[in-house]
Design a protein around this ligand. Structure first.
Ligand SMILES: *Cc1c(COP(=O)(O)O)cnc(C)c1O
Length: 397
């Protein structure tokens, strides 16, 4: 996957925005608050220091809360979201296991590829990029043969489609498969109800709606997933061994690896902000800014790719007017306006940009700023829109 921020080497005769003033409105990392930055600058503690273990305990409790679960095995894996995916796959897939993966974007493809590399017999249930997965097609695939694991991506960051997890969870359970979900982008931005839905295992990342830096992968395993993990014929990598992880993250606090103390401190600060705001108001804020952005786009000659009722609030895929040079557009946003947005991926490359309004970045002021910048950058390419109308529509939404 190539996702190179365009124009980071500014040279066109105007000053580039300095890095400390960049506004991260791409698909992640999202902006972090001053409080989270300060937490990263705090003195190091030992990874077995009682003071740090208290932080770790608070982080694990906070993650249970955002995941909507009482699972004891809920912890931050050291590594980015992809490490969380590998941890799930290493523990829930054995060579020969049948795995059904819903693929409606790049992250579903990666989930499927990871399971294939572990030796899983992977069946992909596909939907067009920009459309939602069909629960009936998924059900048919799961029902066709005994299935060990059924997996989907909650919020597909490559397209901006949000899945209603309920029918997929129901199908998995009906057929005795474990149900696993990629919650990297959805966690803390929309409700993730692991226990209510009966999600057996889920993973996430810190740099999307949690607004901590990239580098940790929150994961949660329920009892059925743990039972599978602990009865594997082919053990997982040492680093992802649930028994050994429990040795450190459980009451024994036995050394397994050196926890990334600074990252955990940053996540602790980010979670404190989530709970100070409240999960529900935070999710409402994400919905509000997405509605504002969508309302402003038409006046600029742009349209969201995904219908509002299917769309992720934290990431909006924007179809560009025909003939727009997307790379030049992103480059200008970066150099002149100091705003990072994401490129289109896979079949959408060149035709769209992806605007993330995640966590600390999900604010009306940022919606207005990106719409104004977009209008200017499109006008620069000879496609002027009505910026004043776009701003008014966004503010009124
Ligand atoms: C960002 C993302 C990932 C990968 O996370 P990394 O932190 O980049 O490893 C996986 N799935 C989804 C849906 C994502 O948005």
């Amino acid at each position: 996957m190539t996702e190179v921020p365009a124009g980071s080497a500014g040279s066109a005769g105007y000053a580039s925005a300095p890095a400390d003033e960049l506004l991260l409105l791409g698909p992640g990392p999202s902006p972090v608050s001053a409080r989270v930055r300060a937490a990263q600058a705090a003195p190091l503690l030992g990874h077995l220091d009682p003071e740090f273990l208290a932080v770790l305990e608070r982080v694990q409790a906070g993650l249970r809360s955002v995941f909507g679960t009482a699972n004891p095995f809920t912890l931050p894996i050291a590594g980015t979201g992809t490490a969380g995916m590998e941890c799930l796959v290493a523990n829930l897939v054995e060579p020969g296991d049948r795995v059904v993966v819903g693929v409606h974007g790049v992250f579903g493809q990666r989930f499927a590829e990871s399971a294939r590399r572990r030796g899983g017999a992977v069946v992909e249930v596909r939907a067009e990029f920009g459309a939602a997965l069909d629960p009936a097609a998924f059900a048919a695939a799961v029902a066709a043969a005994p299935t060990a694991l059924a997996a989907v991506v909650h919020a597909e960051t490559s397209t901006g489609v949000l899945l209603d997890l309920q029918p997929f969870a129901a199908v998995a359970h009906q057929h005795g498969a474990l149900f696993a979900v990629d919650c990297v982008t959805s966690l803390a931005g929309v409700p993730v109800e692991v226990d209510v839905l009966g999600v057996d295992a889920a993973f996430a990342g810190t740099q999307k709606c949690l607004s901590a830096p990239p580098g940790l992968a929150p994961v949660t395993f329920g009892p059925r997933a743990l039972a599978k993990a602990q009865s594997l014929r082919t053990p997982p990598p040492f680093y992802f061994d649930t028994g050994l992880l429990t040795g450190y993250f459980g009451p024994n606090r036995a050394y397994h690896h050196t926890a990334p103390v600074t990252m955990v401190a940053a996540l602790d600060a980010a979670l404190a902000e989530v709970f100070a705001e409240g999960l529900a108001p935070r999710q409402q804020r994400h919905r509000g800014v997405a509605a504002a952005l969508r309302a402003g786009l038409p006046a600029l000659g742009c349209a969201p790719l995904v219908a509002a009722e299917l769309a992720t609030p934290m990431l909006t895929t924007v179809c560009l007017p025909a003939g727009t040079d997307d790379r030049a557009l992103r480059s200008r946003l970066r150099r002149v306006h100091g705003i990072e947005v994401g490129a289109g991926l896979g079949p959408l490359a060149g035709r769209v940009v992806r605007i993330g309004l995640m966590g600390h970045g999900a604010r009306l002021a940022n919606v207005l700023r990106v719409l104004a910048a977009f209008g200017e950058a499109l006008a620069h390419q000879g496609r002027p829109g009505d910026v004043a109308a776009a701003l008014a529509a966004a503010a009124a939404a």
